[in-house]
Ligand binder design. Structure first.
Ligand SMILES: [Zn+2]
Length: 363
């Protein structure tokens, strides 16, 4: 059993990640609307693996920054990031909250403080975040309507976008409730998050807890400095709910029952995102990040050696590099990012609230 990524596998992971960045130069303008997300996952993971991306990709910073746009609209000046240059369409609102977070984090990883401090038009970016909040529920949509610049009526408004909105404000300097309160309705937002708490622990929609939503809810409250808004009983139930998501073939928690259609002996040590689901690399991150927020000594509560061996022995792709969702799919950039993030989180070297290595500086 391995306990860390071996030198040989590390090289494969780096090659796997760099292949995703091979089309970066501005001369090869991509039409992939998720380009910025892929760039973020690759940069964050390379940086987590010890690569000096701020030097290696210095020439690409300008390309990434062209995805930041400022628009004069009938609701005032708005700014943020678009997913790729193909979405820079005059007269059409194509900014999105997720791309704005991916763009800002990528620039932080690439250490272009100058851009964050001087080129970002903060007031218009804050205004964009503010404009994405639904006044009645306190939750956020991810995009505005193309033409009215109001929250898009067809967009989802769940815990993911509440988290993303808070993370953007945090990166741009908000620290206290009054800082956040200048741009968004913090009271309504916290109420919205509290309303997503599930009776059996965790957070989710329609009363069903989900590890991804739980991580978003807890990370948002932590960044807002409002973790005390969690009811103490719900906190304990949530810790237990997360611990119960680790799949084990052994002992009283064993799911070793062939009548259970969700049983897979290769899931041993991994985490599932909901009850009665297979384990998946990304849920190891969402579960452990949630646990760490509620209990800083989280490594004493669950079997981290078993999670590591699940990741390193089952979902690490030692042929192509990267991590897979489970032991059956091909490696992909999202699960690679969260597999590596989980290993670093367990080692105490990851900023799980923002999903970046803990040595990325904000100052
Ligand atoms: Zn997954």
């Amino acid at each position: 059993m391995e306990s860390v990524i071996s030198e040989g596998n590390l090289k494969k992971h780096v090659r796997f990640l760099k292949r995703h960045l091979a089309l970066l130069p501005a001369s090869k303008q991509s039409y992939d609307v998720n380009r910025l997300a892929i760039v973020f996952y690759a940069m964050a993971t390379l940086s987590s693996l010890g690569e000096d991306v701020s030097h290696q990709y210095k020439e690409n910073i300008a390309w990434i920054e062209t995805n930041y746009i400022v628009r004069n609209t009938d609701v005032g000046k708005l700014s943020g990031f678009i997913g790729s240059a193909s979405l820079n369409i005059p007269g059409t609102m194509t900014l999105s909250l997720p791309n704005t977070l991916f763009g800002l984090l990528t620039i932080l990883i690439l250490k272009d403080k100058q851009f964050i401090d001087k080129k970002i038009d903060r007031e218009s970016l804050f205004h964009f975040v503010s404009q994405c909040q639904l006044r009645d529920t306190g939750s956020f949509v991810s995009v505005l309507d193309y033409h009215t610049n109001q929250p898009s009526p067809v967009d989802a408004h769940d815990l993911r976008f509440s988290y993303i909105a808070v993370a953007i404000l945090y990166i741009l300097g908000c620290r206290t409730e009054s800082d956040f309160g200048k741009y968004v309705d913090v009271i309504k937002l916290v109420e919205y998050i509290q309303n997503q708490a599930c009776d059996i622990g965790g957070f989710g929609t329609l009363g069903e807890p989900h590890a991804g939503y739980t991580s978003c809810a807890l990370s948002a409250l932590a960044l807002l400095g409002k973790l005390d808004a969690i009811d103490p009983d719900h906190k304990e139930q949530t810790i237990q709910w997360i611990l119960d998501r680790q799949v084990s073939n052994l002992g009283a928690m064993a799911t070793n029952d062939i009548s259970n259609e969700w049983y897979d002996e290769n899931d041993h040590g991994g985490f599932q995102g909901r009850e009665n689901k297979y384990a998946d690399t990304c849920y190891a991150f969402w579960c452990l990040n949630s646990l760490k927020i509620l209990e800083p000594n989280f490594t004493e509560l669950c079997d981290t050696a078993l999670v590591k061996s699940y990741l390193l022995d089952k979902t690490q792709d030692i042929l192509t590099g990267g991590f897979m969702k489970n032991d059956e799919e091909d490696a992909d950039i999202y699960h690679t990012c969260l597999g590596v993030a989980t290993l670093r989180l367990i080692d105490g070297r990851f900023n799980g609230l923002l999903c970046i290595p803990d040595d990325v500086s904000f100052e």
